[in-house]
Design a protein around this ligand. Structure first.
Ligand SMILES: Cc1cc2nc3c(=O)[nH]c(=O)nc-3n(C[C@H](O)[C@H](O)[C@H](O)COP(=O)(O)OP(=O)(O)OC[C@H]3O[C@@H](n4cnc5c(N)ncnc54)[C@H](O)[C@@H]3O)c2cc1C
Length: 512
């Protein structure tokens, strides 16, 4: 049985997870293409001061490679990056990684039953199976603020932190007040002369309750796997119990809102500031933030929350719509990511040359967030409708890995050329997902990174993580159209023994 050449695009948690499980399954014929020069994805890119996970670290790692010596409950970025590099070394992934290789696009060659990938450098790579593991939060969103290019001071995005920029004693403007901003602001506020936070809308925030793991805890977690297992899954359960908030359960939403309001009251004394920090959308509609030090930081004399919209940037100031000029030496764009253009800017063409952009003209969609009809042997990780507002993405990534591995096994065991999802299955699944999403708090919230401009929720999963696990627990090959491999035609003069052997597929490029 011939193995399949598998091309994985991206070396974040998704790409690594699939690579590890392929190795464990004895499949070695894969390459992980990474545009950057280091693995890690989110955790390589987000090096801003205070960067840390916002799901407890004990759950924010692979279940099959439980790290038991996290320094803190919510561990810092460096530790997560180290963990990922440890995984790559331990599972022998390093030789499968090809850095500095950005995939510009891929075209399905139906005749040969292969994907032809093209790098930005012009190289062609042939693969039987293509897996996109490019993440949802990989491309920074740069706001279209007039005058942004005119500003003369340091100006950078939180996910591209300029470590050479010295902020000490400077007047700094932070545009944005969501997950990254609330982590970095408490870190830089004590160092800068003045900090202006430009807030478009307030966010719900709960206390984080962060602390270091004690030596004793770490010893016990390392020594008693059952203890570690219970710790991991108790965190998962605690987070999962937040899911009813997303489904607009009145009691759970009331509890969460009460906790957030109490947190705000306890930490912010000024009633006007409290009013400015109170969101006007239901709790859970946007990511619920967790922090112990953001609200106290706002009470500092050198910190100001500006709620008037930004009109423009001048050479040395941010000008708000009320005409106020806020002089700044540096501007930090904590403005999030381009989240709804999945797989962009790659150009993907499936059967009959149909482009994924055309397929997704009304918003991205995929069966289980993984497969798209008309794009055979293409599988997505952390794809459309697989983000969570309440639990760890790594749980979802492990589910997707299991499912994709099932598909690859099916291809190998049944000696198939390709598997193409039935269109009616995809459409019915999408209709179900969107109907379920219509009853969520995200639908009741005007704008968020979970939705397109037109209001379609493209990012979030509609159900609990248990449900996602259930529907991805095995590869449901019966929902796919399977095409057998073409019988190989040999020249009449070929020696008899080669007629027995099925030659390895055309080995152009190097997906393996
Ligand atoms: C600051 C921050 C904190 C977060 N905290 C949490 C948390 O606490 N809990 C949680 O569950 N989730 C969190 N997330 C979400 C996080 O993105 C996911 O948990 C997870 O890291 C996604 O992994 P990934 O491998 O799917 O994608 P990424 O980590 O985004 O990796 C994608 C990789 O693909 C590469 N790539 C992209 N395009 C190409 C191309 N064309 N060619 C080659 N390579 C390409 C990128 O360079 C990158 O390395 C956080 C996100 C951010 C930004």
């Amino acid at each position: 049985m011939a193995q399949r050449r598998i091309a994985i695009i991206g070396s974040g948690f998704s790409g690594l997870c699939l690579g590890i499980q392929l190795k464990k399954a004895g499949i070695d014929s894969f390459t992980i293409f990474e545009k950057s020069d280091r693995l890690g994805g989110t955790w390589r890119d987000n090096t801003y001061p205070g960067a840390a996970c916002d799901v407890p670290a004990f759950l924010y790692c692979f279940s099959f490679e439980q790290k038991t010596d996290w320094s803190r409950l919510w561990s810092p970025q460096e530790e997560i990056q180290d963990y990922m590099e440890h995984c790559a070394r331990k599972y022998d992934l390093v030789r499968h990684l090809r850095f500095g290789t950005e995939i510009a696009g891929a075209r399905f060659d139906a005749g040969a039953g292969v994907w032809r990938l093209r790098t930005t450098g012009g190289e062609e790579i042939v693969a039987d199976v293509l897996v996109s593991a490019v993440g949802q939060l990989n491309r920074p969103a740069i706001p279209a603020i007039p005058g942004l290019d005119r500003f003369r001071g340091a100006c950078f995005h939180s996910a591209r932190w300029d470590h050479g920029a010295d902020l000490a004693g400077k007047r700094v403007g932070v545009i944005g007040n969501a997950a990254s901003a609330i982590q970095l602001i408490p870190q830089i506020a004590p160092r800068v002369r003045h900090l202006s936070i430009f807030q478009r809308s307030a966010n719900w925030m709960l206390p984080r309750g962060d602390r270091a793991y004690t030596e004793r805890e770490r010893r016990w977690l390392a020594r008693f796997p059952l203890f570690a297992w219970l710790h991991r899954w108790s965190i998962w359960l605690r987070l999962e119990l937040r899911f009813p908030i997303m489904r607009k359960n009145r009691f759970f939403a009331w509890m969460a809102r009460r906790a957030a309001e109490k947190n705000l009251r306890a930490q912010v004394a000024d009633p006007r500031l409290r009013a400015a920090l109170t969101p006007d959308y239901p709790i859970g509609g946007k990511r619920i933030l967790i922090s112990d030090d953001y609200y106290p930081t706002l009470a500092r004399d050198n910190v100001e929350v500006v709620t008037d919209g930004i009109a423009q940037l001048s050479e040395d100031a941010v000008v708000t719509r009320d005409g106020r000029v806020h002089p700044v030496d540096a501007v930090i764009l904590a403005t999030g990511f381009q989240t709804t253009a999945f797989l962009a800017p790659m150009r993907i063409a499936g059967l009959d040359g149909r482009s994924l952009d055309a397929e997704w003209a009304d918003g991205a969609r995929a069966y289980r967030g993984i497969a798209v009809s008309g794009f055979p042997n293409l599988f997505l990780m952390y794809g459309p409708n697989t983000n969570l507002g309440h639990n760890s993405i790594i749980f979802m990534i492990e589910c997707q890995t299991r499912y994709i591995l099932g598909a690859i096994r099916t291809l190998i065991e049944r000696d198939l050329a390709y598997l193409d999802l039935s269109r009616s299955v995809m459409e019915a699944d999408d209709a179900r997902t969107q109907a379920a999403l219509a009853g969520t708090v995200w639908a009741a919230t005007d704008k968020s990174w979970y939705k397109t401009e037109k209001g379609r929720i493209t990012n979030n999963w509609s159900g609990s993580t248990v449900r996602y696990w259930w529907i991805t627990r095995r590869f449901d090959g019966e929902r796919y159209r399977a095409r057998a491999r073409e019988p190989v035609v040999y020249p009449a003069t070929a020696p008899a023994d080669t007629l027995e052997a099925r030659p390895a597929p055309d080995a152009a490029g190097s997906a393996a």
